[in-house]
Design a protein around this ligand. Structure first.
Ligand code: IPM
Ligand code: MN
Length: 320
C-alpha cells in the first residue's frame, strides 16, 4: 500500500511472533532487536496470541519497544469518515475529528509493584502509577504543539491526588505558556461521558497511559470501530517511531479474511507523515475515506469485501 502511494522507503520485514516466542522463549530475538533499534520507523502488526497468556510476552514486545525506544507520545486520532459509521443520533454531534495524545512510557504501565503473600487469602497486590515531572511535562507540551483549537487535559485528580497534583501543576504551567490555545480540564469519568454525548466538542486530548488506552477504544468505536483506528508511537526528539493499529490480533477471526486492514493502512499513513511525506499521508487518508464512502470495505464497517479486497480498494485509489 505504501508503495502504491509512491513510497521509496527501504523496507525490511521481520517476523516477531508467538511461534517464535514459544520456540525460543525470547519475545524479540537480540539480533532483530538491534535492527529495530536502528530503524527510522517501525510498522507494527499487532501482538497477542491465545497460546501465550503470560503478560511478560506483551511487555517484552510492544511495551519494550515503546519504553526502550522512549516513544513517549502515543497519537490516536479518531475521525469520522462516513456518517453511516456513527452511533450518534444528532448530525451536529457527528463531526468527529479528534486526537488523543496518550503518555506512552509511564503511568500504570511501568510494571512496578508486586504480589505479597502470593497465592494466599492474605495476598496483597500493588501496581504503581509512576508519573515524573519530565514525563508529564513533555507529553503536555506535545499536545500544545499539535492542537488546532483546544487542548483538554484528562486526569483523575480528585481521587488520585499525588499523580493528579503533578499533572495539574504541569498542566497549568504549560497553559500559561500557550495563552493562544484554549484549554480545559476534565476528570476522566466526566470525559468518558462527554465523549459519548458530543465528541465533536473535542480537538486534542492529553492524558496518561491508562486513561489514554481506555478512552481511545471508546473514540475508535465512535468513528466506526476498532478496525479503523490507527496509532503512532513517537519520540519527536529522536524522530523514532512505531506505527500500529489500535486493535490487537483478534485471534477469533484471524485468517478468515474478516479483518479490517484500514487501521493498519492509516497507521502507515501516519508513518508517512512522520517521515516527512505529507502529501503521501494525505493521499492515503483520502483513499481510505473514498473506499469507506463507496462501501468498498470489510463487513465490520458495512461492506462485504475480504481483508485483501478491502486493502486493494485503497491501493487502487492510490494508483489512479
Ligand atoms: C493498545 C493495547 C496495549 C495497551 C496492550 C496490548 C498492552 O491495548 O495499544 O492500546 O494497553 O497499550
Ligand atoms: Mn488498548
Amino acid at each position: 500500500m505504501l508503495k502504491a502511494a509512491g513510497a521509496d522507503f527501504e523496507f525490511q520485514d521481520y517476523v516477531v511472533d508467538a511461534d517464535q516466542y514459544l520456540r525460543t522463549g525470547e519475545p524479540i530475538p537480540d539480533a532483530i532487536w538491534k535492527e529495530l533499534q536502528a530503524a527510522d520507523s517501525i510498522l507494527f502488526g499487532a501482538v497477542g496470541d491465545p497460546r501465550v497468556a503470560d503478560p511478560s510476552y506483551l511487555a517484552g514486545v510492544l511495551l519494550r519497544l515503546r519504553f526502550e525506544l522512549d516513544l513517549y507520545v502515543n497519537l490516536r486520532p479518531a475521525k469520522l469518515y462516513d456518517e453511516r459509521l456513527s452511533p450518534l443520533r444528532h448530525a451536529d454531534r457527528r463531526q468527529v475529528d479528534l486526537l488523543i495524545v496518550r503518555e506512552n512510557t509511564e503511568g500504570l504501565y511501568v510494571g512496578m509493584g508486586g504480589r505479597f503473600k502470593k497465592g494466599t487469602e492474605h495476598e496483597i497486590a500493588t501496581q504503581e502509577d509512576v508519573n515524573t515531572y519530565a514525563g508529564v511535562t513533555r507529553i503536555i507540551e506535545h499536545a500544545f504543539g499539535v492542537a488546532r483549537r483546544e487542548v483538554v487535559m484528562i486526569d483523575k485528580s480528585n481521587a488520585m491526588t499525588f499523580a493528579g497534583g503533578l499533572w495539574q501543576e504541569r498542566w497549568k504551567a504549560a497553559a500559561a505558556q500557550h495563552p493562544n490555545v484554549k484549554t480545559r480540564h476534565l476528570l476522566v469519568d466526566a470525559a468518558a461521558m462527554q465523549l459519548v454525548r458530543n465528541p465533536s466538542q473535542f480537538d486534542v486530548i492529553v492524558t496518561g497511559n491508562l486513561f489514554g488506552d481506555i478512552l481511545s477504544d471508546l473514540t475508535a468505536e465512535l468513528v466506526g470501530g476498532m478496525g479503523l483506528a490507527p496509532s503512532a508511537n513517537v519520540n519527536p526528539k529522536t524522530r523514532r517511531g512505531l506505527f500500529e493499529p489500535v486493535h490487537g490480533t483478534a485471534p477469533d477471526i484471524a485468517g478468515k479474511g474478516l479483518v479490517n486492514p484500514i487501521g493498519a493502512i492509516l497507521s502507515a499513513g501516519m508513518m508517512a507523515e512522520h517521515l516527512g511525506h505529507h502529501d503521501m499521508a494525505v493521499a492515503i487518508e483520502a483513499a481510505v475515506e473514498s473506499a469507506i464512502r463507496a462501501g468498498e470495505c470489510t463487513r465490520d464497517v458495512g461492506g462485504s469485501l475480504s481483508t485483501s479486497e478491502a486493502g486493494d480498494a485503497v491501493v487502487k485509489r492510490l494508483r489512479d
